[in-house]
Design a protein around this ligand. Structure first.
Ligand code: ADP
Ligand code: MG
Length: 724
């Protein structure tokens, strides 16, 4: 990387560069999952019995005995060493959105000074990374900072290569020494279990006799921006905050819609191929990629997988995306809103639940019998989104995502459910009792099969809904591009578990009164719709009418900022939800509130400091130089009795003054350190710091449009977005 830190150097460097060529001609069959200790790699390496045991653990979550763990550890070590690994690492997912790893060598020295390699079952199963600096929301005192990682056999281990070697990576959970969850994986595994238990109850009541364990699935579409590293190096805001804190709108933005699905620029294409090649070797099923709406914005979507594996893969994908982009001379921006006035980036989390015996429970199927199960599960989701809307808003809350939600491009900050016309009318009929009359009249076939299977190809998508049914799954579209998918998955699985428990109780009592199954289902769903049907909305979620109607007529909540959203974690209903399902204890949940609030405050404060610094040391000097140029030109011209330029002189002078006055106010606001509560501190960020940052920015952006292009220090929007 050459050190072009000025805007002009950056442009010269970029114009002279060629795509980095990488050889990716190996066929998929040769590279697919070659770096994964997959079931098939295990089958090759293990005895029949050991393989049978580990396979059962992987597929059903059954406990693994110590002897088998030892055998698996030995085989895993040999496999990794053959691939060049000298180190191993438990990889884990702290409460922040990062991925963490601590590397240890396989090496052990013996008394003769020789080196051997060693890796036992106990080393595989448990690590002690300490990790006392990870935020834990008061769950650990710093003097009792022990934290443990423990192997999660249900997510496959793999080898990561760098230019200098390889490391065996072991997906793990991360907990305190008292066994409390300090990470995002433990609640995800627990929420899956809670959902399974509740779903089993409902399916049993529905007369199913063979019911395999249920699992949630996730397919995440990831949007991102690529900016040439030379531009990024000249923009401290992009480097440190991941977004531009200054920048006037370009004359040409995305108004022509000519970037969406357009031809991918050559350098980006090469990056994508390189990146996808890496994903394939790691067993991540990258399926589609294309340009997104904004210039310089792209999307990648892997094929869906079991939620726990998909979540680990998603973290790995984000890490790899950033490092591969760097190799190609790009900064990869996963921030939700890197450029004001240009579309932001989201992560659509596609989610369904199912098993090997009943299949996907969110797939309407083609028979009435499937339809009844489907209607119950779909109803359970509707109830969940209604009852726990504020929680769903809280799990996608971040300083960055606040710029996106509720704006005119991304799903609103109001949680509603989109079902599509046909399904919506089925649920309306249920609410109106129409289907109940049919069911009671002994008509087993509700005629739903035709209607619902029709719906499976949802030609018409509602892009404005935060939570949409898309044929055989729900798509949570309001998730932010930089976020871990685990938080949203935990919330969805847990609310589903709660709703299924509610449904099971109701069904049981209705069936006990002698109603037949079909009538019982409709009765329960009718009550559910009475209570929660308000959350269904098929119209334009961006419109101002909806913003008013949602709140005033439907009683839904519009929650615009993270400061407003995070307190949902303290809501007694939410505390009870997590406690009753066993997903998070009240202490674990409270720690999450603290960690997320701290993250929010830190990121806004970092941005505010950057705004002060960049305005004072880059924009102010440029404006003053320009002012000086203007003044001396004007003075010279006055000598010639020509008087022009006074207007621009005054404009630049007053805009610069206004900007520096806002900078002074922002500095002052930043110096306040004492707050009565975390909530008060968050509000200070949302209500004081954010508007002041905007005030500085507005002046700076006006200056950008008048100060000489020659003198402007920061790469401009049109350069960063269009030059690749
Ligand atoms: P679109 O952009 O139209 O929403 P994509 O094909 O880009 O669709 O992405 C859809 C995502 O949803 C993919 O990751 C896909 O694998 C995933 N998906 C498909 N079916 C399911 C399902 N039953 N459960 C979870 N995810 C699913
Ligand atoms: Mg989508």
């Amino acid at each position: 990387m050459s050190g072009a830190r000025s805007r002009k150097n950056a442009i010269t460097e970029i114009t002279n560069r060629a795509p980095k060529l990488v050889d990716q001609t190996d066929p998929l069959s040769k590279i697919w999952a070659t770096d994964v200790f997959s079931l098939s790699a295990m089958e090759e390496a293990l005895s029949k019995n050991a393989f049978k045991a580990i396979k059962k653990t992987v597929q059903t979550g059954a406990e693994l005995d110590a002897a088998t763990a030892d055998i698996v550890a030995a085989a895993m070590k040999d496999w990794a060493i053959a691939k060049g690994a000298k180190f191993f690492s438990h990889i884990f997912y702290p409460m922040t959105n990062v991925t963490a790893e601590k590397h240890d060598g396989f090496i052990v020295t013996n008394s003769d000074g020789g080196a051997i390699t060693e890796f036992t079952g106990s080393l595989l199963i448990k690590g002690e990374p300490d990790g006392s600096s990870f935020p834990n929301g008061s769950l650990r005192m710093t003097n009792a900072a022990r934290g443990y990682t423990a192997w999660d056999p249900t997510s496959p281990a793999y080898v990561m290569h760098t230019a200098n070697g390889a490391t065996l990576m072991i997906p793990s959970v991360f907990m305190s020494w008292t066994g409390e969850a300090l990470d995002k994986k433990i609640p995800l595994l627990r929420s899956n279990k809670a959902m399974d238990t509740a779903a089993q109850k409902v399916l049993t009541l529905m007369g199913e006799t063979e019911i395999a364990p249920l699992n949630s699935s996730c397919g995440a579409e990831q949007e991102y921006f690529l900016v040439d590293e030379h531009f990024a190096n000249a923009r401290p805001d992009l480097l440190l905050a991941g977004r531009s804190l200054f920048g006037a709108a370009p004359a040409k933005g995305q108004q022509f819609d000519d970037h969406y699905f357009g031809a991918i620029p050559a350098r980006v294409q090469v990056f994508m191929q390189d990146f996808e090649d890496k994903l394939y070797r790691l067993g991540i099923p990258a399926k589609t990629h294309h340009n997104e709406v904004a210039p310089g914005q792209f999307e990648i979507a892997p094929y869906y997988e079991a939620a726990n594996v998909a979540a680990d893969h998603q973290q790995l994908l984000m890490t790899l995306m950033k490092s591969t982009a760097k190799e190609h001379g790009f900064l990869c921006l996963l921030h939700e809103k890197p450029f004001a006035g240009v579309n932001g980036s989201g992560k659509h989390v596609n989610w369904s639940v199912g098993n090997s015996t009943q299949g996907n429970l969110l797939d309407p199927g083609s028979t009435p019998h499937d339809n009844l199960n489907f209607l119950l599960f779909c109803g359970a989701v509707i109830r969940g989104v209604h009852k726990y809307g504020p929680l769903l808003r809280a799990v996608i809350a971040s300083a960055a995502n606040d710029h996106r939600l509720g704006a005119n491009e991304a799903p609103p900050a109001i949680l509603s459910v989109y079902l599509g016309d046909q399904l919506e009318s089925v649920f309306k009929d249920i609410k109106a009792g129409k289907l109940l009359e049919k069911a009671k009249g002994g008509l087993m076939d509700l005629g739903l099969s035709q209607i619902l299977s029709f719906e499976r190809d949802p030609g018409d998508r509602n892009r404005t809904s935060p939570f949409a049914f898309t044929g055989n799954r729900f798509e949570f579209r309001a998730v932010g591009s930089s976020q871990s998918v685990s938080g949203p998955l935990v919330a969805m699985n847990t609310m589903l578990a709660d709703s299924l428990n509610w449904i099971a109780d109701k069904l049981e009592s209705v069936i006990a009164k002698g109603e037949d199954k079909t009538a019982a289902v409709i009765t329960v769903l009718q009550e559910l719709m009475e209570l929660h049907g308000n959350v269904i909305f098929g119209g334009d979620g961006y419109s101002s009418e909806w913003h008013t109607a949602a709140v005033e007529e439907r009683g839904l909540k519009n929650i615009p900022t993270t400061a407003d959203a995070l307190p949902a974690f303290k809501d007694p209903d939410v505390v009870e939800l997590f406690k009753s399902t066993g997903v998070l204890s009240p202490a674990e949940l409270a720690s999450r509130f603290e960690v997320y609030a701290e993250q929010y405050i830190l990121s806004i404060e970092v941005e505010a400091k950057l705004v002060v610094g960049m305005a004072s040391t880059r924009i102010y000097p440029a404006a003053m130089t320009y002012l000086n140029n203007l003044a001396s030109t004007a003075a010279n011209l006055t000598k010639l009795s020509v008087s022009i330029g006074q207007d621009s002189l005054e404009q630049v002078a007053s805009e610069t003054d206004t900007m520096m006055a806002a900078v002074a106010k922002l500095k002052e606001a930043l110096s306040i350190e004492e707050f009565d509560s975390v909530e008060a501190h968050m509000n200070h960020c949302a209500e004081i710091l954010c508007p002041l940052m905007l005030e500085v920015r507005n002046s700076a952006d006006s200056l950008e449009l008048v100060v000489s292009d020659e003198l402007w220090p920061l790469p401009k929007y049109q350069e960063m977005l269009f030059i690749k």
